[in-house]
Design a protein around this ligand. Structure first.
Ligand code: SIN
Length: 479
C-alpha cells in the first residue's frame, strides 16, 4: 500500500467520459518489491471507441472556450500538481522505481509543461497575408487539430503525459491517453487533479490496459486526427504504418543513442559531473542519456578515474530509501538486456573499471567500461541502463564520425573550451538536441525531439503547441 495524504488520487479504474471504470484484470507491480500495487481494466476495442466518441463530443465545447479560459484551467491543474507533489512522487516511485528525489523533480518538470502551455495558449496567433488580388484579404487562422491519441512510456510517467496533453488542451484539442501498462497510476492521479482543476468530462480520457488492442483502435479511427507517441523506434514505425490509411498528424519521440564527447581541453570536473547527470538520471533509463561516452586520449585516464570513483559511490536500492541514487530497473527483461550488453562488451575486449556488486535481479550494476568500440552491442543499441562505456579517440574528425555513426539522432553532448570547435562540432552533429558543456537538455522552454530514426516533431517550447494546431487559410473577397 502506498501511504498518501490524499488516497483519492490512487485510482484502480480507467477514465472514459468522466466515468471511472473499475475492473480487476491487469496487475501493476512495484519494480522494487514485486508487490502488486493494484488491478486495472484491460480496456477493450469497444471501450477505446467509447473514449474516442467522448473526446469527439467534448471537442465543440472545449474549443469554444476562450484561450484565457483554457489557460486558467491549465494553471489550476499546474497548481494542483505542485500542491500534491508528495503524493504524486510516492505513486511514481511505487510504480516506476526511481528514487523519490527524482520523482519530486519529475513532478516539477511535468508541471512546468502545464504552466508553459497555459501561457502559450494566450499566444496562439494567426496572421494576415497581403493578397495579390485587390479587394481581398487572406487570414491564416490557427485551429485545434481535433481528437488526439497520446501513447506514453514508463520512464517518465508524469512528464511525458503533460508534455503532450498540456499543449493539446491549450490548443483546444481533446485527448485519449494510453499510459504504459507498467505505470498507469501516475496518469490516473493526474486525471483526478485535471478534473478538480475544471477540465470537463470527455476532454481527457485515460485508457488502461495492454497496448495492442487500444493502439490498433486509436490508430484505425478516422475521428482521431493526431497521434503523439514516445517509445521505441520499432513501435513508432509500426504506429506510423497503422496511422497511414487515415493520414493522421504524428509526433514521434523515439529511441536515441546519445554520444557524449569529451575533448582534451574540457573542464574535467564539469565533464564528469555532466556525464553523471546525463548517464545516471533515472538509472540510465532515458532516451537522451549518454549511451556512448567518447573521450580524447589526453584526458582519457583522468576522466575514467574520476567517473569510476563517482560511479562506485552511487547507492543502488529501492527508490523510497533516502540516500539511493539508482533504483530498480523497470523489470527483469530490462536488466537482462543491460547484463547482456555488459557481457558482450567484456567478451569483445572491454575492461570493467568499477567494483562489481552483487545485487538482486531487479537491479542493474552501475558500471564504467573502458575499451569500448563500434562492434559492441552497446555501441549500436540503447542500453537503457546504468552502463557507461568509454570509447577512446584521437582526433576531432574521428569523434565526429563516431558520434554521427548511428541511425539515431535525438541528443548529443560535448565538452570543450575551444569556441571555434564548439560551433564547428555542434553544427556538424546530426542530432535534434545538442548540449555543449552541459549534460542536461530537458526544459519546458526548449524544443525536444530528434532527427533520423529518433522521430518526428518537437515537444515543449513554442514549437510544442504547433503540433496540435492546423492552419486554415481564410480568404475574404469583395472588400
Ligand atoms: C525520455 O526519455 O523520453 C524523455 C527524457 C526527458 O524528457 O528528459
Amino acid at each position: 500500500m502506498i501511504k498518501l495524504h490524499d488516497p483519492d488520487l490512487f485510482r484502480n479504474a480507467a477514465l472514459i467520459d468522466g466515468q471511472w471504470l473499475a475492473r480487476s484484470e491487469l496487475d501493476v507491480t512495484n519494480p522494487a518489491t514485486g508487490d502488486v500495487l493494484g488491478q486495472l481494466p484491460d480496456c477493450t476495442a469497444e471501450e477505446t471507441t467509447a473514449a474516442i466518441a467522448a473526446a469527439e463530443r467534448a471537442m465543440a465545447g472545449w474549443r469554444a472556450r476562450t484561450h484565457v479560459q483554457r489557460a486558467d484551467i491549465l494553471m489550476r491543474w499546474y497548481q494542483l500538481m505542485l500542491e500534491n507533489t508528495e503524493d504524486l512522487a510516492q505513486i511514481l516511485t511505487a510504480e516506476q522505481g526511481k528514487p523519490l528525489s527524482e520523482s519530486r523533480t519529475e513532478v516539477a518538470y511535468g508541471a512546468s509543461f502545464v504552466r508553459w502551455f497555459a501561457e502559450e495558449a494566450r499566444r496562439i496567433n494567426g496572421k494576415i497575408i497581403p493578397s495579390p488580388v485587390a479587394g481581398k484579404k487572406i487570414f491564416a487562422m490557427k485551429e485545434p487539430v481535433g481528437v488526439c491519441a497520446i501513447i506514453t512510456p514508463w520512464n517518465f510517467p508524469i512528464a511525458m503525459i503533460t508534455r503532450k496533453v498540456a499543449p493539446g488542451l491549450a490548443a483546444g484539442c481533446t485527448m485519449v491517453v494510453k499510459p504504459s501498462d507498467f505505470t498507469p497510476y501516475s496518469a490516473l492521479a493526474l486525471a483526478v487533479l485535471a478534473a478538480r482543476a475544471g477540465i470537463p468530462a470527455g476532454v481527457l480520457n485515460i485508457l488502461t490496459g495492454r497496448p495492442e488492442v487500444i493502439g490498433a483502435t486509436l490508430t484505425a479511427s478516422s475521428v482521431v486526427r493526431k497521434l503523439s507517441f514516445t517509445g521505441s523506434t520499432r513501435v513508432g514505425a509500426l504506429l506510423a504504418e497503422q496511422c497511414a490509411p487515415t493520414l493522421k498528424r504524428m509526433s514521434l519521440e523515439l529511441g536515441g543513442n546519445a554520444p557524449f564527447v569529451v575533448f582534451d581541453d574540457a573542464d574535467l570536473d564539469a565533464a564528469v559531473e555532466g556525464a553523471m547527470v546525463s548517464k545516471f538520471r533515472n538509472g540510465g533509463q532515458t532516451c537522451v542519456c549518454a549511451n556512448r561516452i567518447m573521450v580524447q586520449s589526453g584526458i582519457h585516464d583522468a576522466f575514467v578515474a574520476a567517473l569510476a570513483a563517482k560511479v562506485d559511490a552511487l547507492k543502488v536500492g529501492p527508490g523510497t530509501q533516502a540516500d539511493v541514487s539508482v533504483g530498480p530497473m523497470i523489470n527483469t527483461a530490462a536488466t537482462d538486456k543491460i547484463n547482456a550488453h555488459v557481457a558482450d562488451a567484456l567478451a569483445k575486449g572491454a575492461t570493467r573499471v568499477t567494483q562489481p556488486r552483487s545485487l538482486p535481479a531487479q537491479y542493474a550494476d552501475p558500471v564504467v567500461l573502458t575499451g569500448a568500440h563500434p562492434a559492441m552491442r552497446l555501441a549500436g543499441e540503447e542500453t537503457f541502463g546504468p552502463v557507461a562505456p568509454i570509447f577512446r579517440f584521437e582526433t576531432e574528425a574521428e569523434a565526429l564520425a563516431l558520434a554521427n555513426g548511428t541511425p539515431f539522432g535525438l541528443a548529443a553532448y560535448f565538452y570543450t573550451r575551444d569556441m571555434a570547435r564548439a560551433f564547428r562540432f555542434g553544427e556538424a552533429l546530426e542530432f535534434g538536441m545538442v548540449g555543449l558543456n552541459t549534460g542536461a537538455l530537458s526544459h519546458e522552454v526548449s524544443p525536444f525531439g530528434g532527427v533520423k530514426s529518433s522521430g518526428l516533431g518537437r515537444e515543449g517550447a513554442q514549437e510544442g503547441i504547433e503540433e496540435y494546431l492546423e492552419t486554415k487559410a481564410f480568404h475574404f473577397g469583395g472588400l
